[in-house]
Design a protein around this ligand. Sequence first.
Ligand code: SF4
Ligand code: SF4
Ligand code: SF4
Length: 247
Amino acid sequence: MSKPRVAIFDFACCEGCQLQIVNMEEEIIDLLSVVTPVEWREAISDQSTEYDIAIIEGSITRPEDEERLKTIRDRAKVLIALGACATIGGVNKLKNNFGMDDVKSSVYGEARDMPHLSTYPTKAADEIVKVDYKVHGCPIDNREFAYIVKCIATGKEPVIPYYPVCVECKEKENVCRFEYGEICLGPITRAGCDARCPSNGAWCFGCRGFVDDPNMNAGREILEKYGKTVEDLMHRIVLFNTGRKEE
Ligand code: SF4
Ligand code: SF4
Ligand code: SF4
């Protein structure tokens, strides 16, 4: 049986998630035993319009990006969104909190009316096309990426955590960031990162997106217990999840 052909495409982003893939060590050999890359600008010079799996990194921030994404979707059997920019819009969605003219003049100054500097409110990939799988995080975890791609290539369904970061955090016996007077988005954020931030002395900023069916009542109780408000929480949520609803 021939290996699935994989193409990786980038939109608006820092390309840090692709870099995570480039930086894979022995796992990349494993991965190449089940898929064949046919387009991947960061690593190979080949290009192709024929692929089975399309991997999308980055957010959609211009009308022309939207058309390009639709073309990629039409050509692919399976589409994977890679990293927070693609899965939830991520930090690129911060601009949606401002008027687009203000955004343009802030970035481009007087050049804001130049036609090639088009922009519109940022969208995640699933706001435009059907996304079959998501590799969460900013940046992604390359082991989780390898696991998901291998599952797809071998016809298995990957298991992606649906519960909150707090579950992994408590397993690691971390002292809760709320005890330090901080606000942490762990109770409403999808696990799978092994509670990376709280385990390294920082609050969770929600880069894996909202958990399925978040327990908002429990969230409110935690805020009340620690003397925090919903507004305090919203100030944190906008960093990665502007305008995003739970899935
Ligand atoms: S999700 Fe984060 S690391 Fe990945 S491309 Fe976007 S900004 Fe960069
Ligand atoms: S530090 Fe954050 S993730 Fe850990 S238990 Fe507290 S709220 Fe949950
Ligand atoms: S702890 Fe939160 S912000 Fe940190 S990697 Fe995990 S989901 Fe992302």
